[in-house]
Design a protein around this ligand. Structure first.
Ligand code: GLV
Ligand code: MN
Ligand code: MN
Length: 430
């Protein structure tokens, strides 16, 4: 905090009171209204959001966030990986900052809360800290990570992976979307559209990172629990598979002569599913994108490209299941050739107990029900975990529905998560 520190227990109480005051200054209606405002950028007719990374809609959301940050007099900056930062300066600016945030991009049929909540809860926390008149010791940085979803450009969590040094800037700049537009071009468009911002270095030190997020699963709602103390994130491997056959006439070509990439792909996917899917429903195996070329009714398909998203909480199981993907593709591709590329391989991780305890204590101090929960979804906190003490706060979402236009959360739960977040940030920054 910003005042001289008398050596007494009374001071600790004073600090606690200030922190509690900041939590009370979280404005639930403002937080909700901001979600609704950002949901206009990329709004879909069914009430969801399609806001692809580095798109015009993403730019509009970033511009709005910058405007809100300017109203709070936050320091704004970007880095070369397209991550956007808004800083509430501490009174010891040379110490490593505490960071919070999430992402503004969405799935093509995404909702209003995935990612956006972590960014807006962080902004709301900063606004409450300002309103309480607190100047923390460490600066607090709000971040909107570039391309968490990996929907337009694969794989996801691109911005955080480069920020943390897990990927190189060069490796992401050349990634292209399905129209051939590269991340490099996308970043140039964002830069041209945003006001001139100072460039902060990649891999700069961060003291601690806390990300708020909707659960994206049904557990908190089912347990009537307001706050999830995230214990860790389950492991995930992603692959791209390309089967190459040959075009032929649908009426005249003999079956024995065909190299039908779609028929081969069906065999491959079936074999992979049989290998991966378990009775207990712990393994998560998804083929979410499937592209057929030339995709014409009377042409034998020449090429199929599909994605694999494979997850498991046990890293050893994930490793062994994933290692079988390429051999199974080759064995089941028939007369087609097959190329398997692994795009990402992330082990399961556990967040440090100290941050988890802090989050749990803060939830309990405000009489919010809370429970430990493993994140089955991926988050930017995964990469931050490798470089600083990190943790996550989950709030319930209706029916556990996410990556869906019907994704929904309540104003009360959004505010509760932000109250726990502001306390946790202030304690980490003290
Ligand atoms: C994140 O969006 C994930 O797919 O886990
Ligand atoms: Mn997310
Ligand atoms: Mn998501």
């Amino acid at each position: 905090m910003g005042q001289a520190r008398p050596p007494s227990a009374a001071w600790a109480n004073h600090e606690d009171r200030m922190i509690l005051q900041a939590a009370h200054l979280i404005d639930a209606q403002r937080l909700w209204a901001r979600h609704m405002q950002l949901a206009k950028f990329g709004a879909t007719p069914a009430g969801g959001v399609d806001r692809q990374a580095l798109s015009a809609q993403d730019i509009a959301a970033q511009q709005t966030l910058l405007r809100w940050g300017a109203e709070l007099d936050l320091v704004t900056a970007r880095d070369e990986a397209g991550n956007l930062f808004l800083r509430l300066p501490g009174h010891e600016p040379d110490t490593a900052p505490v960071m919070t945030g999430s992402h503004l991009d969405s799935q093509p049929t995404g909702g209003k809360f995935d990612g956006v909540y972590g960014v807006l809860a962080g902004l709301e926390a900063m606004q409450a800290i300002r309103a309480a008149g607190i100047v923390p010791r460490r600066s607090i940085d709000l971040v909107a990570w570039m391309n968490e979803e990996g929907s337009r450009f694969a794989p996801g969590m691109m911005g955080s992976s480069v920020f943390c040094g897990a990927s190189t800037l060069e490796s992401i700049l050349s990634v292209r979307d399905c129209h051939g537009i590269s991340v490099r071009q996308g970043l140039e468009e964002v830069r041209a559209a945003l006001p001139e911002l100072p460039l902060w270095p990649l891999q700069r030190p961060v003291h601690a990172y806390v990300e708020a997020h909707i659960e994206q699963g049904p557990i908190l709602e089912r347990e009537s629990c307001s706050i999830g103390v995230v214990t860790g994130i389950q492991g995930k491997r992603t692959f791209s598979v390309v089967l190459q056959g040959a075009e032929a006439h649908a009426g005249t070509s003999r079956r024995a002569d065909r190299k039908d990439a779609l028929m081969a792909a069906l065999q491959v996917v079936q074999a992979l599913a049989a290998h991966c899917i378990d009775e207990q429903d712990i393994v998560k195996f998804t083929v979410g994108r499937f592209q057929v070329r030339p995709n014409a009714p009377s042409v034998v398909p020449a090429q199929v490209e599909f994605s694999i998203d494979l997850r498991h909480p046990d890293s050893l199981v994930l490793q062994s299941l994933g290692d079988q993907i390429e051999p199974l593709c080759v064995q089941n591709a028939g007369r087609c050739s097959v190329v398997v590329r692994e795009l990402s391989n992330a082990k399961s991780l556990e967040f440090p107990q100290a941050i988890r305890s802090l989050i749990a204590q803060n939830a309990q101090a405000q009489a919010f029900t809370c429970m430990d929960i493993l994140s089955s979804a991926g988050h930017d906190a995964r990469y931050m975990h490798a470089v600083c003490d990190s943790g996550m706060i989950f709030i319930p979402c209706a029916g556990g529905i996410s990556h869906h236009e019907a994704e929904s959360a309540t104003e009360v739960d959004l505010a509760r998560g932000a109250r726990v977040l502001v306390e946790t940030l202030l304690q980490l920054a003290a």
